[in-house]
Design a protein around this ligand. Structure first.
Ligand code: 5AD
Ligand code: SF4
Length: 442
């Protein structure tokens, strides 16, 4: 979501006449986009402000702005903590950045905007500002109404707001015309998608508005469609039916569970039990397409006992995730859980983290090994950072796949037969040279 926000901010700035540059030395304005989901991410911004100032010693002409979640949550107190900051730009002020800069340039000090979005806010992102010429992020819903007890997002991003489906479908069509091969529908909870208007969903059936949107987006013919993140409580089995009906809806589901213990899930206010979650997983695992499954887990939530943690280990073994993002609980002030005693010692959090990681590694090694000999469709995104002779991309099941190939294949979807499995990536060789040669000639 932060990458999408940066793309959007860049689009707005460029259309207001600004040039974007990569180096602090050349810049007249430096904007730092920030994350506050865990304390470590939040602390980073202060380090970075110091670095920006150090890179421009004695120069007061460079304006420094903080945007994103830290800006929204800390507001004016950022000016006190970091006097070098001139502008604090909240999460719904992306469309107003250029006018905020203008105010700062005209001499206004400590420019602050924590306001809501305007009715006419633009979501367009210019292709030049997208992070990739082949893969595009499309926000479909912003904000969150779930208020999980540990999470700062409902406070930093505000309430859920869904974009009209007609706008999303138009964006997908435009991207397709530009040659994009893959889109990710993104949001804190994509399956809570609930637009105020029907536009763009007419004629598409589904158990929920999100299921209808998936079918509407699939009907555009965009070659690959992925979506993240899904929220377990609202995860309707019709999502899987839509995936089974449409080959361009990719075979990957990210469904964060956070804990395997019902007692902890209740304290987390997740609105689902372990069993509810298992039922969702069963539908995913029983699909006639093999669907990759990934998740997020927090270890060391306040009051998490060893017995609770054993339940998490057990659930992770049962779910057989393709990969897992593990986080040590981080207290976020303003959330309900911040009033619970953060009583799992740091050393214990670390040990649980490592044990869960080792447990996941065993399953993951087995899953990754099972891909050897199989052929995957890989969207070639770039040259590999490891070797000049290799290309790198993602499979439809969202695995990183590297293989030997010429850079002329960038942007193509290539069949790759897997020859080796690493911890977090697969290695392979082009399977169908006839098809590949033809693509190159085209
Ligand atoms: N501490 C640790 N991890 C957190 N996450 C969200 N809030 C916290 C927190 N306070 C994790 C959750 C979420 C992911 C994006 O970040 O696992 O799914
Ligand atoms: Fe945070 Fe829960 Fe909302 Fe996810 S669903 S963004 S964890 S409050």
């Amino acid at each position: 979501m932060n990458v999408a926000d940066s793309e959007r901010a860049a689009t707005g700035l460029r259309s207001s006449g600004y040039d974007l540059c990569d180096s602090v030395d050349e810049a007249d304005v430096v904007l730092l986009n920030t994350c506050s989901v865990r304390e470590k991410a939040e602390r980073k911004v202060y380090t970075r402000i110091g670095e920006v100032r150090a890179a421009r010693p004695g120069k007061r002409d460079v304006l420094v702005g903080v945007m994103g979640c830290v800006a929204q949550l800390e507001g004016a107190s950022i000016f006190n903590n970091a006097p070098a900051v001139d502008m604090v730009i909240g999460t719904r002020a992306t469309d107003r950045i250029s006018s905020l800069i203008e105010r700062a340039q005209n001499g206004e000090r400590k420019v602050l905007d924590l306001g809501e979005r305007g009715n006419t806010d633009a979501w367009d992102v210019s292709p030049a500002e997208r992070h990739s010429p082949h893969v595009a992020f499309i926000p479909i819903i912003e904000g969150c109404n779930k208020f999980c007890s540990f999470c700062i997002v409902p406070y930093s991003r505000g309430r859920e707001r869904s974009r009209p489906a007609s706008e999303i479908v138009t964006e997908v069509r435009n991207l397709q015309a530009l040659g994009y091969k893959e889109i990710h529908l993104i949001g804190q909870n994509v399956n809570s998608y609930r637009p105020r208007v029907e536009d763009g969903l007419e004629g598409f059936k589904g158990a929920t508005a999100f299921c209808r949107l998936l079918r509407a987006v699939a009907a555009t013919g965009m070659p690959r469609i992925k979506f993240t993140t899904s929220f377990p409580r609202d995860f309707h089995p019709d999502i899987i039916t839509a995936i089974e009906e449409n080959p361009n809806l990719c075979d990957w589901i990210h469904l964060p569970v956070q804990s395997g213990s019902d007692r902890i899930l209740k304290l987390m206010r997740r609105g689902h039990t372990r069993n509810d979650y298992r039922q969702r997983i069963e539908r995913i695992k029983n699909s006639r397409r093999r669907l990759a499954l990934t998740s997020d887990i927090i270890v060391g939530f306040p009051g998490e006992t060893d017995a609770d943690f054993r339940e998490t280990i057990d659930l992770v073994q049962q779910c057989e995730y393709d990969s897992l993002y593990i986080f040590k609980y981080s207290k976020r002030s303003g959330t309900p859980a911040a009033n619970f005693a953060d009583n799992v010692p740091e050393q214990e959090k670390k040990e649980r983290f490592l044990e869960l990681e080792a447990t996941q590694r065993k399953t993951q090694d087995r899953i990754y090994q099972s891909y050897i000999g199989r052929t995957l469709q890989v969207l070639v995104e770039r040259q590999s950072t490891r070797s000049e002779n290799d290309l790198s991309g993602h499979s439809t099941c969202n695995k990183v796949v590297n293989f030997a190939g010429d850079r002329g294949l960038e942007g193509e979807i290539v069949d790759v037969t897997v020859t080796a499995a690493k911890t977090n990536s697969l290695y392979g060789a082009v399977a169908n040279s006839v098809r590949v040669n033809r693509s190159v000639v085209e």
